[in-house]
Ligand binder design. Structure first.
Ligand SMILES: *Cc1c(COP(=O)(O)O)cnc(C)c1O
Length: 330
């Protein structure tokens, strides 16, 4: 049941920036396991890991990864240990407070995740700068305490080769859809964090488009630290530049997690006109960059498919941050 639902997300048509575009609703993949991280962790869901009892991950206490890993662990009957740099007092208070702001953090906690705040003052972590270093220190301890085969270590944000399984499946869904719709040329657009999803999609389309005779290319934008940073991220995953997606921008260099009021207004506009709630971390930037691209006259002869990559559980926190900022600006 779960596996079947995870295979085909619906596609909507919306009116955006004066034209019609398609939206691939990966936010609707499954009620609990949806969006980008569900695609990336699909590999773990469908394969048998007979000996595994525990998974170890790391990242931000607000991350979509935390929630998706907690769902995965629950579905598989695994324990999740998730290391974070810091949990704010405000966030901690949400575990008891009423009304609770439902977030990735509260729901992961409810799913039984062990969310561990790193004690940076601990002597054995004195050489550690990043969460990756911390995991490297703890790894031998895990391997001692448990049988080595019982534990699966998952890199931050799901950034590695196993993410291909689910992302290639997403690419296949898009190819099937393009053929069914008789679309001759398609630009797939999605905002990038690490760039893993955009790169693996482009890789697969290049491989498949020759035999399938379809014209699909991937456009993306950076939400983390500019175009050159995203290029560097691509380079860490593949040295073959011919398989990189095209990076487009709207002239602004964005930084992850920062608030941009004009983008929030655009996000609200899209919510009103299309009825679709996009995420508030990646999508305001994605929507702005795509709007700019369309208004500059690009992709006129191509259909456009925007991938909605989920992440809606994080919106309540972002909304309260945006509302506070909007008030202060009045
Ligand atoms: C993780 C995530 C992304 C970024 O995916 P990358 O493969 O890291 O580029 C985009 N949107 C949402 C909602 C995400 O959760």
């Amino acid at each position: 049941m779960v596996l079947k639902m995870l295979r085909h997300s619906p596609t909507d048509t919306i009116s955006f920036a004066g034209r019609s575009i398609f939206v691939k609703r990966d936010d609707k993949l499954h009620p609990d396991f949806s969006g980008n991280k569900a695609r990336k962790f699909y590999h773990f869901l469908i394969n048998d890991f007979t000996n595994i009892t525990r998974i170890v991950g790391s990242g931000s206490a607000q991350a979509n990864s935390l929630y998706s890993l907690s769902v995965l662990a629950k579905m598989k009957g695994w324990q999740l240990d998730y290391y974070v740099s810091h949990i704010s007092a405000h966030l901690k208070s949400q575990l008891q407070a009423t009304p609770i702001i439902v977030s990735n953090y509260t729901q992961a906690h409810q799913n039984g995740a062990n969310i561990i705040e790193v004690d940076w003052a601990s002597p054995k972590l004195s050489d550690c700068q990043h969460l990756d270093d911390v995991i490297n220190i703890f790894k031998p301890e895990y391997d001692n305490q448990y049988n080595e085969q019982e534990i699966l270590f998952i890199p931050e944000g799901g950034r590695c080769a196993y993410a291909r399984t689910g992302i290639y499946l997403l690419a296949d869904e898009i190819i099937d859809w393009v053929k069914a719709q008789r679309i001759t040329a398609l630009s797939v657009f999605l905002p990038s964090g690490t760039g893993t999803t955009a790169l693996f999609l482009q890789q697969y389309f290049i491989k498949k488009c020759q035999t399938e005779l379809v014209d699909i290319k991937v456009l993306t934008c950076s939400t983390v630290g500019g175009d050159s940073y995203l290029l560097k991220q691509f380079n860490e995953l593949s040295s073959d530049e011919t398989e990189y997606p095209s990076i487009i921008n709207d002239g602004v260099k964005y930084h992850f997690g920062k608030l941009y009021l004009p983008l929030f207004e655009l996000w609200q506009d899209v919510l009103e006109t299309s009825g679709i709630e996009f995420d508030l971390l990646y999508d305001p930037i994605g929507l702005s960059v795509l709007k700019n691209h369309i208004e500059a006259g690009y992709s006129q002869e191509r259909q456009i498919l925007y991938i909605h990559q989920g992440g809606l559980l994080g919106n309540s926190t972002m909304l309260s941050r945006y509302n506070r900022k909007a008030m202060n600006n009045k």
